[in-house]
Design a protein around this ligand. Structure first.
Ligand code: AGP
Length: 612
């Protein structure tokens, strides 16, 4: 996600745009830029936060009553000065800012290169602004028409604003899959990723719809066209929401917002990498290393915390589908254990922040022993991706809540694609089975949406267990890492002690803890070991334990045994972690809120543990 804000009106644009960028920094903060028209089209941008941009332009001409500004969350191209937005067209008459992912930018870029265009950045955005100008010049059409034609050629998501030095009274915005809202003021107009930069100037807003283009004039004229060139009547609404809630998209906490973002973040983690029609799985980031996976005798997964739990799911995936032995290591243990590492080992390092010190150090150790390091990370250009040989970004967008939620499910989604990619290459999966799995993967975002409807039921359940002093989470197979993740979520934000355990292991000790005061969460969706999990539930019930069971919808057997039932949609066993984790995230969240805990910044925790 990136932050977009633009203005045209009677005020000096600069202070308003910079204030707007600060409001939007929660959407992304690895580089920032601004373009203003004051006779000339002046464009300034740099790596770093909005404050770094402010320092960078302190001695520049920042006058002008029309401008666009952008704070970046990199998806294509490292966070640096060149890849920051806005991007100039070749003639430098146009400047464009963009939030989203243009999936077919490589082919468009190649076509433009063949026609003599040169690119200075690695971004998909620069390709778009060159394409627009190429059409404008060659088709001899107005900017709006050139934009409309260009948007009919791109595949992917976009929220863009473009300005032209030839028309200093007009902002042009367009969106598909990424939000844009227009602020309607008195002799001034705004457009932004959300209403946070707008709300102090006007409460009158128009939410742009998908595949719509907005032509916004300084005098307040607003015209909306679809990309099929059909005019739409702007629907002006009155904003009721408070500024503080706006940054959280109307949610009370970033964590809840990010839990509810998972249909989109899982979709984005697979965007352009999965195609049912072509039965392909294509992880561009590891394409040059697929042969290394073929030769590997084992995979070592290193990570910490929630990322380690995702790694555990990865172990089941790679062994189950690609038939490669996997070891999952806590990075902190691995780095000091003097581990045996072979040159044909593949080491997969998983990290949301890309800055976890233990994981970074473990990578260094493995690299020094000649292993191939593959990264799975959420923050583009952070230290861990830069330390690996190759890898795939999770594209989950900024995760602000300290407790990781959408990053976990995005990591599991990318691990699934990676295991499928290797399995296809190794021939350990049949074409029909691959087709079955891809078909189900494409349905997961919708099934996550259905699972999120459990929110009210889980909130009610949370009231019953807010005073519990201990929780036990049990799962088998793919659900064992889910049990660990559910326990971690609860303990790190509600401060209730919780332990995740393999369900069968319970009788080797933890069963001594079971009594009427011990809530036991059991993920009981298994197919292969369903009867075994039933026995585990009976063992808990026999000792008066309270069972909260996560089951496949329609399950009546567990329903007859457990005290509370949480039903999730039916899915492939290997994809249950993508669904079963969600009610556990919600349970932890609601218990923590009821207990008055600081959900987004739990005590003693940091979002990125950059120290040992
Ligand atoms: C997860 O909820 C925790 N905040 C923590 O365990 C986190 O997963 C761990 O510190 C690893 O962070 P990383 O994914 O950024 O490397």
């Amino acid at each position: 996600m990136c932050g977009i804000v633009a203005y045209v009106g009677y005020r000096q644009a600069f202070p308003l745009l910079m204030n707007g960028l600060h409001r939007l920094e929660y959407r992304g903060y690895d580089s920032a830029g601004i373009a203003l028209i004051d006779n000339d089209l002046n464009l300034y941008k740099c790596h770093g936060k909005v404050a770094d941009l402010e320092a960078f332009v302190a001695d520049k001409n920042t006058k002008g009553t029309i401008g666009i500004a952008h704070t970046r969350w990199a998806t294509h191209g490292e966070p640096n000065d060149i890849n920051a937005h806005p991007h100039f067209s070749r003639t430098k008459k146009l400047a464009l800012i963009h939030n989203g992912i243009i999936e077919n930018y490589v082919s468009i870029k190649q076509e433009l290169i063949n026609r003599g265009y040169k690119f200075i950045s690695n971004t998909d955005t620069e390709v778009l602004v060159h394409l627009i100008e190429d059409i404008q010049i060659n088709e001899k059409v107005e900017l709006v028409e050139a934009l409309r034609i260009a948007l009919n050629q791109v595949v992917g998501t976009y929220a863009i604003v473009i300005i032209s030095n030839d028309d200093p009274d007009t902002l042009i915005g367009a969106r598909k899959g990424s939000p844009l809202v227009i602020g309607v003021g008195k002799n001034e107009m705004f457009i932004a990723s959300d209403a946070t930069p707008i709300v102090e100037y006007t409460k009158k807003v128009v939410y742009l719809g998908d595949e719509e283009i907005a032509i916004i004039k300084r005098n307040g004229d607003l015209k909306i066209l679809t990309i099929e060139n059909i005019e739409k009547t702007p629907y002006i609404q009155k904003l009721e929401i408070q500024l503080s809630a706006l940054e959280k998209g109307g949610f009370p906490h970033f964590m809840l917002k990010e839990i509810f973002e998972q249909p989109r973040s899982i979709k984005d983690s697979m965007r352009g990498r999965l195609s049912l029609s072509k039965e392909i799985v294509a992880l561009g980031g590891i394409i040059d290393y697929e042969d290394k996976f073929l030769k590997a005798k084992r995979i070592i997964i290193i990570a910490c915390g929630t990322s380690w739990h995702a790694g555990l799911v990865g172990e089941y995936l790679f062994e189950d589908i690609a038939r490669i032995p996997v070891e999952v290591e806590y990075a902190s243990e691995f780095r000091y254990r003097n581990p045996v590492i072979y040159e044909d080992d593949i080491v997969i390092a998983i990290s949301q922040s890309g800055e976890t010190a233990d994981t970074l150090a473990a990578i260094g150790l493995a690299k020094s022993k000649g292993a191939t390091i593959i990264g799975i990370c959420n923050v583009v250009g952070s230290s861990i991706p830069r330390a690996t040989h190759a890898g795939s970004y999770t594209h989950a967008g900024p995760e602000i809540g300290v407790a990781s939620t959408k990053a976990f499910t995005a990591q599991v989604a990318v691990l699934t694609l990676m295991a499928l990619t290797v399995a296809k290459k190794k021939g350990t999966i049949s074409r029909s089975r691959l087709f079955e799995i891809i078909t189900e993967l494409e349905l997961i975002p919708e099934k996550v949406e259905i699972t999120l409807k459990l929110n009210d039921q889980i909130k009610e359940l949370a009231h019953k267990f807010k005073d519990a002093r201990n929780f036990l989470y049990l799962g088998r197979g793919y659900n064992f890492p889910v049990a660990l993740e559910g326990a971690l979520k609860l303990k790190e934000i509600s401060y209730i002690h919780a332990e995740g355990y393999p369900a069968a292991e319970m009788k080797h000790g933890p069963i001594a803890l079971i009594d009427k005061n011990m809530p036991v969460v059991v993920i009981a969706t298994n197919k292969g070991t369903y009867e075994k999990v039933i026995s585990n539930i009976q063992e808990v019930k026999a000792r008066k334990g309270i069972v909260i069971a996560v089951v496949t919808e329609g399950d009546t057997t567990v329903k007859a045994l457990a005290d509370h039932i949480i039903e999730i949609p039916e899915t492939e066993e290997m994809m249950v972690p993508l669904l079963a984790t969600i009610p556990l995230q919600l349970l932890a969240y609601h218990i923590a809120v009821i207990r008055g805990c600081n959900v987004d910044q739990p005590r003693n925790l940091a979002k990125s543990v950059t120290v040992e």
